[in-house]
Design a protein around this ligand. Structure first.
Ligand code: ATP
Length: 305
């Protein structure tokens, strides 16, 4: 019999008569965007019709979906990303970086459209201006939603809303725990069963502000992240605040994605929501002590160091 070995080395020998991913353990399916972040540093931003010279271009893997997937995988979760990238070099780069973080990419479709790209200008005051060209991310379709094997579905909103709504409803119907980071805030109507709905303070304001108002939208639980003040967890039973540790902040890029990745990994591992939020705060607060999004995400060993 022909056999193949799991790339994570955990599951031993598997028959190749099945698609490879069906034989591997998947704890967390992340549905979301994958972008190449093209970063250029400038003394100041150009005005209309003006040209300025900038630094060499830095190309980093990004996009909320890819960030969340990498954050969860770094903590030891078995993760598959459900997404789309182009057939271009940036698509290769994103797939390589996901795989090297241990994320299964079998559910990432190659699209004829260009890979999603974020054009990021950073000025001397470290202020960002960002243009996102979603490209292949907008190509995702409800027929791409495949939650096989998942304990937890983690999704965010940089991809078509109907796909996210379909994935959440499929998760609820099939007993997969849905976690939604409603970022950016978008017109959305599939809150029923979310456990939790995750938003930052700004997004919470846009949805009504008060945890009770967010719970009234229909999720089973709500988590509001509060930057350096940690996070708040609300269920119909009450509210719990989790303080963030005092850290030397270097770069907060991707902190929210680190939070969602860690939360999803912990929930898939059987933690209750309160314990999962406490871990997520620790992980996200660690991530702000290093530059970049994905490069700053800690492993379990980093957390204990
Ligand atoms: N200054 C900080 N000090 C310590 N922890 C922080 C700080 N800023 C963010 N964090 C950690 O990151 C988590 C998420 O931060 P935040 O609420 O700013 O999310 P966000 O707005 O989605 O982040 P971003 O948009 O930067 O990715 C917080 O709950 C906290 O654990």
């Amino acid at each position: 019999m022909l056999v193949s070995v799991s790339p994570r080395g955990r599951q031993g020998i598997r028959s190749i008569t099945q698609p490879a991913w069906q034989g591997w353990r998947v704890d967390v399916v992340v549905l979301g965007s994958a972008n190449a972040d093209l970063i250029v540093r400038v003394a100041r931003r150009p005005g209309p019709g003006e040209t300025v010279l900038g630094s060499d271009t830095e190309i980093l893997p990004g996009g909320k979906g890819a960030n969340v997937a990498v954050a969860a995988a770094r903590l030891g979760a078995s993760v598959a990303l459900l997404g789309a990238v182009g057939t271009d070099a940036n698509g290769d780069l994103l797939l390589d970086s996901l795989r090297s973080a241990g994320v299964a990419t079998d559910r990432v479709r190659r699209s004829p459209r260009p890979t999603g790209t974020a054009y990021i200008t950073v000025d001397e005051a470290a202020e960002n201006s960002i243009i996102v060209s979603p490209g292949a991310n907008t190509d995702l379709d409800v027929s791409d939603v495949d939650l096989t094997g998942a304990k937890v579905l983690a999704c965010s909103l940089e991809i078509p809303v109907p796909v996210v709504a379909h994935a959440v409803r499929t998760a609820v119907r099939t007993g997969v725990r849905p976690v939604l980071n409603l970022s950016p805030v978008t017109d959305f109507d599939a809150f029923e069963g979310l456990d939790p709905l995750v938003v930052n303070e700004h997004e919470a304001e846009l949805l009504g502000g008060d945890p009770a108002e967010l719970l009234a939208l229909g999720p089973r639980s709500v988590v509001i992240t509060k930057g350096g003040n940690g996070a708040l967890l609300a269920t119909p039973a009450g509210v719990e605040e989790v303080a963030a540790p005092q850290v030397d902040v270097v770069d907060t890029t991707g902190a929210g994605d680190a939070f969602v990745g860690a939360l999803s990994a912990a929930l898939a591992d059987g933690a209750d929501l309160s314990a999962a939020v406490r871990l997520a705060v620790r992980v996200a607060s660690k991530s702000v002590t290093a530059r970049g999004a994905q490069p700053s995400y800690p492993t379990r060993a980093d957390l204990d160091a």
